[in-house]
Design a protein around this ligand. Structure first.
Ligand SMILES: [Fe+2]
Length: 225
């Protein structure tokens, strides 16, 4: 949850990311969310990085002084994925799509794709990939030191501000589905995994729940709404 919330945060790019406009302006604006059952979306403008904050081929393409970058950001709990689409200038855009799978209490695996309508030839991939990897390292430098490590279980246990609206939307949905009794009980899972192979149930079990060798992961009980 911590790292997914980092990806959804609309405020940190102005502070954390050297190539996305850090130190450009500390002033943040609020943008309305489009909310859906499984996710939320926000379209916003943010101060563009200064030309000297870009390097390599991007610096050549974005050499003129720009005021704003347009960014669309959305997430879905289905598949636990998010999509970030910045438009750097008219006709120049990219989509970063990331899907994340929790592995254990503190580890998740993210798989990302980038589609772009500029610098499309393969010789530009290495520089684009290096840019993504730099951003991940910059994010980690903040997220790895967060305390508590795990997102608190209640909204009221952490101070969120108006510009944390996407994180709040994400947390609200996680808590909603957890309250239905869908959250894995990690304490029990870790204990029982010493001697049992426990699995996430497939949809097939709903139709035919009998005679499966491996038991399903323990879930926390549903909360009365
Ligand atoms: Fe980031």
């Amino acid at each position: 949850m911590r790292f997914e919330e980092n990806s959804l945060d609309t405020a940190h790019t102005q502070f954390v990311h050297s190539m996305f406009g850090s130190r450009r302006t500390p002033k943040l604006q609020n943008w309305p969310l489009e909310e859906a059952e499984w996710g939320a979306k926000v379209k916003r403008q943010k101060p563009a990085p200064k030309p000297d904050q870009k390097v390599g081929e991007m610096a050549k393409m974005l050499s003129e002084e720009r005021l704003q970058t347009q960014v669309e950001l959305e997430f879905s709990l289905v598949g636990l994925c998010h999509r970030i689409q910045p438009t750097f200038k008219e006709g120049m855009t990219q989509i970063n799509f990331t899907a994340r799978t929790p592995v254990d209490r503190k580890l998740s695996r993210a798989i990302g794709w980038q589609a772009r309508n500029y610098l499309k030839e393969p010789q530009f991939d290495a520089e684009r990939l290096a840019g993504i990897q730099l951003a991940v390292v910059e994010d980690l430098s903040v997220v790895e030191d967060l305390k508590p490590v795990v997102t608190p279980g209640k909204m009221s246990d952490e101070l969120l501000t108006e510009t944390d609206a996407m994180e709040a939307a994400f947390r609200t949905r996680c808590f909603k589905w957890a309250a239905k009794g869908w959250e894995i009980d990690l304490d029990q899972l870790e204990h029982r995994s010493q001697s049992e192979a426990l699995v996430i149930p497939s949809p097939g079990r709903r139709e035919d729940p009998k005679n499966w060798v491996h038991k399903t992961v323990p879930l926390k009980p549903a909360k009365a709404s």
